[in-house]
Design a protein around this ligand. Structure first.
Ligand code: BG6
Ligand code: MG
Length: 214
């Protein structure tokens, strides 16, 4: 099969595996410990946003101010909880349709990249046993600007040696779709078209991913 793309760059949390739910649970517990409101709708704004950026959005829901040191401690507490939640993940936690999609992309001769701002991305890929399926995985520690900034998708394209215009990006987050579009790529959203309004196409789950359709 021929494709007019040269690479597909995937997000991790919420696309490859359901770690978006674990991030949600960990932030919810932290927010509630501070008596701050937290629900699924608010959580949409956090998806794709890095750890400190997410914490700032949560703290902005209240009026109390925190020192940098206190913020660091809160972010560390959230991460400890998150790391506990992902500890039992196995290859069985790859979402349905993902392995088939990776095979389809590989079979079409395209390169495969991963663009996650999570500092836990390598750990999650190893737990899932799929790290070797990606030609390039961006190291989140080297990214200065979290999604929605296009830096991470542009970095993935550069690591793959492919022009941004020849890449397809796959994302479940509003901020992630913005990152793909502002990088000059075509965006496949995974989720709801009412939420992922900037995506070029939206599929309800990775089981519906068909490279030939985009
Ligand atoms: C993104 C998630 O992939 O990574 C966010 O969508 C998360 O919810 C961010 O906050 C940072 O993750 P981590 O593991 O570095 O705290
Ligand atoms: Mg995501």
């Amino acid at each position: 099969m021929m494709s007019h793309y040269k690479a597909v760059i995937f997000d991790l949390d919420g696309v490859i595996t359901d770690t978006a739910h674990y991030h949600y649970l960990a932030w919810k517990r932290l927010a509630e410990s501070l008596d701050l409101p937290f629900d699924e709708a608010f959580n949409e704004q956090l998806k794709g946003v890095d750890r400190m950026g997410s914490l700032e959005l949560i703290l902005a829901q209240g009026s109390r101010s925190f020192t940098q040191e206190e913020k660091r401690a809160l972010a560390d507490a959230k991460n400890r909880h998150y790391v506990e939640l992902i500890a039992t993940m196995t290859p069985g936690d790859v979402l349905p349709g993902v392995l088939r999609a990776l095979d389809e992309v590989r079979g079409a001769g395209l390169k495969i990249g991963l663009a996650s701002v999570s500092k836990n991305a390598f750990t999650v890929l190893d737990k899932l046993g799929i790290r070797n399926r990606f030609d390039e995985v961006v190291d989140a520690a080297l990214i200065a600007n979290s999604k929605p900034h296009p830096e991470i998708f542009l970095t993935a394209a550069r690591q793959l040696g492919v022009a941004a215009a020849d890449c397809l990006g796959v994302e479940d987050a509003v901020a992630g779709v913005a990152s793909i579009k502002d990088a000059g790529m075509v965006a496949v959203g995974v989720g709801s078209p009412q939420v992922l309004t900037r995506a070029d196409v939206v599929i309800p789950s990775m089981e519906h991913f068909r490279l030939a359709d985009y």
